[in-house]
Design a protein around this ligand. Structure first.
Ligand SMILES: C[S@@+](CC[C@H](N)C(=O)[O-])C[C@H]1O[C@@H](n2cnc3c(N)ncnc32)[C@H](O)[C@@H]1O
Length: 267
């Protein structure tokens, strides 16, 4: 499983990799208003050493680097991602990037003032080991922050579709190797890592139909593939898509799912 994930980006075509990175960039933009208050809350501005775990192509590492005068180190276990991040962040003098596993963070105990991750635990093979490692490399009194960890069990979508809704409320994520219910587990993971923990839901916004339409059109291949993999016929998919797009065009669709954060202080 781990091996498979490490090779995941390697196996992607150039176009698929480009699309994945574009999606992360778009997500970073759309979620900035949820993440930035969290970065400020954990004291990023005055921190000296910050670690961003599972930094991917650097889309959110960039925000972190902007908000601090401290040194930011980004790690990811994908060489492809680090290569892209090096290019994206080449003009940031306070950023360093290296290949490294979140489950075996390549730094000594008590090294960082703040250790962050965004959209990582949902995809980690062993999220407890990741949070334990994040806590280990944090200094005493320092902060561990996990942001944007969704819980698709809380997904609300209207108009309803009894065949499609359960697929996008969990199955599609599970099939890709993710945990669609990671949000509800954050407190447990952080407390078990020995952290004084506060959890919350970072987003309260309901996506607008305009945003959702452009997102759908951008990610259409993913949606259609997930429905095919779940056994829906072409006719069922066409009917669903027709209704889905019509409800977006009419401005009637509602779409929400909670994205949790956890802030842990190392005693
Ligand atoms: C969904 S992306 C999020 C990237 C970035 N944090 C962001 O929000 O744009 C998840 C990233 O975590 C990395 N990742 C997943 N499991 C990892 C692990 N065990 N160690 C290091 N990186 C990991 C993946 O390679 C990928 O780049």
């Amino acid at each position: 499983m781990k091996k498979e994930r490490n090779n995941r980006f390697h196996k992607m075509s150039k176009g698929e990799l480009k699309d994945f990175i574009k999606k992360l960039d778009l997500q970073a933009l759309e979620t900035a208003e949820e993440r930035i208050p969290l970065y400020i809350n954990v004291g990023l501005k005055d921190a000296e050493r910050i670690l961003d775990v599972g930094c991917g192509p650097g889309s959110v590492t960039k925000d972190i680097a902007h908000l601090t005068k401290g040194k930011v180190i980004g790690i990811d276990d994908s060489e492809e991602m680090i290569k892209v991040a090096r290019n994206v962040l080449k003009d940031y003098e306070n950023v360093e990037l290296q290949v490294g596993s979140a489950e075996n963070i390549p730094f000594a105990d008590n090294t960082f003032d703040i250790v962050t991750c965004n959209l990582l635990l949902m995809w980690a093979d062993n999220p407890q080991k990741v949070v334990d490692e994040m806590a280990r490399v944090t200094k005493q009194g320092g902060r561990v922050l996990a942001s944007l960890e969704p819980d698709y069990g809380g997904k609300l979508h209207f108009p309803e579709n009894s065949k499609v809704d359960p697929i996008f409320a969990g199955k599609a994520i599970r099939d890709q190797g993710g945990d669609p219910h990671i949000g509800r587990k954050l407190r447990y993971l952080f407390v078990r890592a020995g952290l004084k923990t506060k959890v919350g839901v970072g987003n309260n916004r309901i996506w607008s139909c305009e945003e959702d339409k452009s997102y759908y059109l951008h990610a259409r291949d993913f949606y259609v593939k997930a429905l095919k993999n779940a056994g829906l016929s072409n006719k069922e998919i066409d009917e669903w898509e027709f209704d889905y797009l019509r409800s977006l065009d009419k401005g009637e669709q509602l779409n929400f799912f909670p994205q949790f954060y956890a802030i842990g202080t190392k005693p």
